[in-house]
Design a protein. Structure first.
Lengths: 500, 502
């Protein structure tokens, strides 16, 4: 194995350590990943933009900072792929939509600033469902991303690009965003680790809003420790985001290291009865989940069943709240100030140009949700739809609060089914929406949740989801790391080689 | 100046059949250093699009952060209007598409305003009218569009439009009245007095420069008529962005007459927004909407609720400055004026000017005399408000001190004032430049007096014999030779002294 090949097989924590000791350099590692992207991304299509020379230049700058003795974090010099929904100064940011084609943001998202400050190198921008609306990347305006485990299958969504990039070893780390499961479900179906921090734990400044009260950025990695280390880089209070929590980031890396010892004695894990009873989960997913729970028991955890009676209403409530907020958040894309402008031939009135721009610039799923949300917020319907959904949100939150009085964390499958073939769910939106059945409750509640690989079903990865109370992100990392410690080799390291 | 007296005939006719209902929404642009949700400066008149950032441009990903001073200003306005202050309230998004609104929604407040349920007393011709305040809420201003290529600067016929976002995100407080009923023929004057009172209050609070000419206080004027005795309000029109007190008054009067004519002819009033045309004094219809706009309000998820600490609110209440109404009562007593005198001052819009003139050192009586006399005459001739004259209260105080010091007499002072109004400088500068100072050189005056006595021996003899009143002829002669630049009182004393009559 050449030095460059070796770089793409190491964990981010290992790479950070190797760069810090001078065993390798950030520039060397960055070039290795750029080579890898060059070799396989034609087949995977995880990236919408590859930073190339800019990434190398940034890596060389980090190498200079390290050589100058600057104290950077444990991930300094490690490359990272960023979901194309976070603004990057001077680097294209499209949210996988035609309406933002050609837009160069004049500012970095806080998450991106923190990556740069900690010496991480931005490799490029990853593909996703347009404006993060979807579970397969099939709604990207620039073509879907393919699952490295099976190029005929979806990599999950919306953050399929970030997950596939990590699974295909095109990046050691990636940033995703999770509104209803967009970090965790791609993590599950690509055999990677995806964590949604507590809402408010990571700044949303510069995250192009889909649903403001639900969106949360988080890490996508191959190991639980890498996720925790990345979480600590991007987390923490940001005065530019009013909903950001003004408290220290929970000690998640420490929790991940503790969990890696494989001892869960004293940890109480709740299995949600209503999820187990729900129809629709594939038998292979259920089997992998049951095996994972058995492993947790073996590691010393006490597993009990808990009831969350309102979880079954979470999905419909989500499909009122998220579209409502999106209908307002996406109103700004009108061709007046930036991005696509369509039909401005000097004969048309402004309103018509706005309308033509939105008609041409938005894809079908985005339009569907804008219409749903516009309807749900209309006078006369507000109480019945948006108002009711908010009440469900309160009840789901109460279910979580009650459950966490009995247990430390909740466990569930991340998603009911393994990676499905392209085109198999696009005809029926509700069939696609089911992908987020188990992930949505945590978004409505605001608590953290992580998906960690827990086995295979029909040769495809299955994820275990661990949900924790708000600001107790450390708990889920501990449990996830413990489960991971039982896997040798790790699932992420079993990804088949991509053949272009 | 009062409407009731100038338009009695026309309005009396309307009011013989209809009752008028008013509703006023006053937008106050706060004078905060930075915008409501970002740290951009708020300087008026800067080059277009130089006071902008990702937040106030509504760029993808940008998020708002509430300006604490804006919240404080809103609360202080609410307290001054005797409102309750919400212990917990939220911002809301008002969704509609408009090119000068960067996010295509306005961050405002909906059913949870920060201030609610207040009242304000305004005086109109000695009568006190209590105006109920429905609410005062916080919101952000929009940008400003300029339409280029059309004949009138209006969108119709324009080839393209330019948008300046400097104003986008400037904090506003919108103060909404409850329906104002029962004002009858005073309606136009009540509307004017109310807007003036709001303007004076926000200025006294120091939360806004309250420049109506720059749009930092502007009013939406709602007017409807209903047949006398009816229980339901009629359909209203809303005349938007009226930006002077005079225009507020004229808008109400015009709409009352216009709506009455339509109703008299069996027509219906269309619910619409209208615009007041300063030049014609008429309101013109805007876009008529077949259906009411649905703004799809919902709580702003990017902001956390505002929950002002009651102790802090109590502190703000205790620290409120003396409000205009209280100050008026106090100063009326201090100045020793009757209520009628004060009304004349109010009607002339001279209260603050007189107050400032007194503060600059003039006596209340002389300050009042200048502003209500000579300066009102100038303002009327020029067709402007007193405050728009180029003379300042400091000028008036200086002028009066020249009179009090014997350096100008009343006649000369009026001439000097005209010079100040013509932009020739301060009163002292004008006096010096024009060489019109009262002759106080007693040597020169004595010569003039001796000449006058010598030229009028008969008159002098009459005075000597005790007919002191005859001295006026001699005074006149001296004033003539000194071309009016002598102080008549001094001249008279000199003459009497010369003739041995003390
Ligand atoms: Zn700004």
């Amino acid at each position: 194995m050449s030095e460059r090949q070796r770089a793409t097989h190491r964990t981010a924590a290992e790479l950070g350590a190797a760069i810090a000791t001078g065993e390798t350099t950030s520039a060397e590692v960055t070039r290795a990943y750029l080579d890898r992207i060059g070799a396989v991304d034609g087949a995977v299509h995880a990236f919408l933009h590859v930073a190339g020379d800019a990434a190398v230049a940034q890596a060389e700058e980090v190498d200079r900072r390290i050589a100058a003795g600057e104290k950077l974090g444990p991930l300094a010099g490690v490359p990272v792929a960023v979901k194309d929904i976070l603004t990057t100064k001077g680097m294209p940011t499209t949210a996988a939509s035609k309406i933002l084609s050609g837009w160069l943001p004049p500012y970095d998202a806080t998450v991106v600033l923190r990556l740069r400050d900690a010496g991480l190198v931005v490799l490029g921008k990853t593909n996703m469902d347009e404006f993060a609306m979807g579970s397969s990347t099939e709604y990207s305006a620039y073509g879907p991303t393919r699952n490295p485990w099976d190029l005929g299958r979806i990599p999950g969504g919306s953050g399929g690009g970030s997950a596939a990039a990590v699974a295909a070893r095109e990046a050691p780390l990636a940033i995703g965003t999770d509104t209803g499961g967009s970090i965790r479900q791609p993590g599950a179906v690509t055999g990677t680790v995806g964590a949604k921090p507590t809402y408010g734990g990571v700044s949303r400044y510069g995250l192009i809003a889909f649903s403001s009260s639900l969106d949360q950025a988080g890490p996508v990695t191959r190991t639980v420790l890498d996720a925790a280390l990345l979480h600590e880089v991007i987390g923490g209070h940001d005065p530019c985001d009013s909903t950001s929590i003004d408290a220290p980031v929970p000690a998640v890396a420490e929790a991940a290291r503790r969990g890696a010892s494989g001892d869960l004695t004293g940890v109480k894990v709740g299995v949600v009865r209503e999820f187990a009873a729900a129809e629709g989960a594939e038998p292979g997913v259920v089997a992998a989940f049951d095996a994972a729970v058995a492993t947790l028991t073996k590691l010393g955890a006490e597993v009990v069943e808990v009831s969350c009676p309102h979880f079954e209403y979470a999905l419909p409530a989500y499909y009122l709240i998220a579209p409502s907020e999106c209908s307002s958040n996406l109103a700004r894309f009108d061709g007046v100030r930036y991005g696509l402008r369509s039909g401005d031939d000097g004969t048309r009135a402004l309103e018509e140009v706005m309308s033509l721009t939105r008609e041409a610039g938005f894809g079908p799923e985005v339009k569907r949700r804008i219409m749903l949300g516009t309807y749900a917020l209309s006078a006369g319907y507000y109480d019945a739809y948006y108002g009711q959904a908010q009440k469900v949100r309160t009840l789901v939150t109460r279910d979580f609060t009650a459950a966490f009085e009995q247990v430390d964390v909740l466990a569930a499958p991340t998603t009911p089914f393994v990676a499905f073939p392209f085109g198999s769910r696009t005809a029926d939106p509700t069939a696609m929406y089911l992908a987020d059945l188990y992930t949505i409750p945590s978004n409505l509640y605001g608590g953290p949740a992580i998906s960690v690989p827990c086995g295979l079903s029909e040769g495809l990865p299955v994820g275990l989801q661990i949900m924790a109370p708000t600001m107790a992100d450390d708990r889920m990392y501990r449990v996830a790391a413990a489960l991971e410690s039982t896997q040798e080799p790790r699932l992420a390291d079993q990804t088949p080689e991509v053949t272009a | 100046m009062s409407t009731a007296s100038t338009a009695t005939g026309e309005l009396a006719d309307v009011l013989s059949r209809y009752e008028v209902v008013l509703g006023l929404e006053v937008h106050v642009e706060l004078g905060t250093r930075t915008k409501m949700f970002c740290s951009c400066p708020t300087v008026f008149g800067a080059e277009p699009n130089t006071q902008i950032c990702p937040v106030c441009l509504g760029l993808p990903g940008a998020l708002p952060v509430v300006n604490a001073v804006g919240v404080e200003s809103a609360i202080r306005i609410g307290l001054a209007l005797d409102c309750s202050i919400a212990e917990w309230c939220r911002f809301a998004r008002k969704n509609y598409f408009y090119p000068d609104m960067p996010k295509n929604f306005q961050t405002s407040q909906y059913d949870e305003p920060i201030c609610f349920d207040g009242a304000l007393d305004v005086d109109v011709d000695g009568k006190t009218v209590r105006i109920g305040i429905e609410r005062a809420h916080m919101e952000e201003d929009t940008g400003k569009s300029t339409h280029v290529g059309g004949a009138t600067g209006r969108i119709h016929g324009a080839t393209h439009s330019l948008v300046d976002f400097n104003r986008a995100g400037i904090p506003l407080v919108e103060i909404v009245t409850k329906p104002i009923v029962g004002t009858g023929a005073d309606a136009p004057a009540v509307a004017r007095a109310y807007v003036a009172a709001i303007r004076d209050i926000v200025r006294a609070l120091g939360v806004s420069d309250a420049r109506m000419d720059q749009g930092s206080v502007r009013a939406d004027v709602n007017v409807s008529l209903m047949p006398i005795g009816a229980s339901e309000f009629g359909t209203r029109t809303e005349t938007k962005n009226v930006n002077s007190l005079r225009s507020v008054e004229r808008t109400v009067r015009y709409e009352m007459v216009r709506q009455a004519q339509i109703l008299d002819d069996g027509g219906v009033i269309v619910q619409e927004t209208r615009h007041f045309n300063e030049a014609t004094g008429e309101t013109v219809g805007g876009r008529t909407k077949e259906t009411a706009t649905d703004y799809r309000y919902f709580p702003e998820p990017d902001l956390v609720p505002v929950a002002p600490d009651p102790a802090w609110v109590a502190e703000l209440r205790a620290a409120l400055p003396e409000l205009p109404a209280a100050k008026r009562t106090r100063l009326r007593a201090e100045w020793g004026l009757s209520e009628l005198d004060m009304q004349a001052i109010d009607n002339a819009g001279a209260f603050e000017l007189i107050e400032a003139t007194v503060a600059a050192g003039a006596g209340p009586e002389s300050a009042r005399k200048w502003w209500l006399g000579e300066l009102s005459r100038h303002a009327n001739e020029a067709g402007v408000e007193l405050s728009e004259l180029s003379v300042t209260p400091a000028h008036v105080a200086e002028l009066q001190s020249l009179v009090d010091g014997g350096r100008l007499n009343d006649k000369l002072a009026r001439g000097v004032l005209a010079g100040v109004l013509a932009g020739e400088g301060t009163p002292t500068e004008v006096m010096t430049a024009r060489g019109v100072e009262v002759v106080s050189d007693t040597g020169a005056l004595t010569t003039a007096v001796d000449e006058a006595i010598a030229a009028n021996p008969d008159v002098a003899e009459k005075v000597r014999s005790g007919k002191v009143a005859a001295a006026g002829v001699l005074v006149g002669a001296v004033m003539k030779t000194t071309r009016g630049q002598a102080d008549a009182k001094t001249v008279r004393e000199l003459i009497l002294g010369r003739l041995g009559v003390q």
